[in-house]
Design a protein around this ligand. Sequence first.
Ligand code: PGA
Ligand code: ZN
Length: 437
Amino acid sequence: MAIQSIRASQRLDSRGKPTVQVDLKSSHGTFRALVPSGASKGDYEAVELRDGDPSAFQGNGVTKACDNVNRILGPKVIESGLDPARDLKKIDELMIRLDGSADKSKLGANAILAISMAAARAGAAAQAVELYEFLAGEGASPVNEYVMPVPFMNVLNGGDHSGNPMAFQEFMIAPTGAASFAEAVQWNAETYATLKGIVQDKYGMAATGLGDEGGFAPPIGHPEEALDLLVAAIAKAGHEGKIKIGIDPASQSFFQKDGYNLGFKTGKPNILDAAELGELYRQLLDKYPIVLLEDPFGQDDWDAFSKFNESCGVELVGDDLLATNINRVKEAVQKHACNSMLLKVNQIGTVTEAIAAAQEAYSAGWSVFVSHRSGETTDDFIADLTVGLRTGHLKSGAPARGERVAKYNRLMDIEDDLQLRKVSVRYAGASFRSAHH
Ligand code: PGA
Ligand code: ZN
């Protein structure tokens, strides 16, 4: 199946910043992809190309990245005659070669990824399968039974995603006790609505405004205040014991050369060294039903990660630490730095490299946690990716804001689809960390 045309256009993400959209046409139809963008980005991520022209979108335009699709990447991919149904990896490799840099900064990871995602969709259509089935094949995942993920929903936003004093970025609810994905979504939505009432009663109507990922951002600063709110909302919604908690402090965003500054948004420094911060996490893990801790330390703080991992009873996820990069995963495995990889496709810039990093993580006995970005689009690619790779859990923000809900709605479609087709499917539930086995 040949690709007939590839066209890129500048569109907006959920923060109103430009992003790349690609329409890829084959004899099976036109396939679209839109690229997300992070705020708390690590230094080891592939580079999204921005115009840097201050007269448009504060320099954030992506017209050069679109040109690179329209003039270089698109024509070369078409000319290669590679078939997305069979050769997605080769298409990705060709684009990596055309870029030639180590971090995709020449042509732009945003340009390359948009084509890679659209090509995956074209490949699925050519094989007459759903995208999740196609991606399962790319990931060599067993497909005798599909696993629906536990949705970790970020309902309290802090860090770089909101204007409150909270240094920790994400407080997520995870309905591990639900019986299906649809029930998990319902419980989370009920808890989110209950949380809104609690926030309003405690902090007033003005405190119910939302952060970038759809969670509330009340004027709280200490993580215990956030966790107390979650525990209260879970209990009041009637889901105590059945909804667990995940935290992503995204600590790289408050790491400074003298330590971790929990007061970074308040103008009043509150600096902890890695040992003190580790002690704070241990206290939180003892006191609250936390099952997942992401990026507790900065992207280069290997020692702190490895030490904490020695006696860590929960899922310890590397995000900025790993950047969905197979080489960093290998380094982290060797250093015993964590036990799970966050998977963000735009951190590495192609679909097949992200899948290869996930396979590396799996082969080390780790789990994989699929993630959106704080700057998202309505593209729901990651919903299919999490099912295709049997990751057992994903995060896509709160059950609010269209760009977040798009992924959860697609996942409910997938669950319905599998049930209607009588394909074996189960909800990952409490065993979300080992769903891929
Ligand atoms: P980002 O945040 O998309 O702003 O990087 C998400 C995360 O840190 O997990
Ligand atoms: Zn993170």
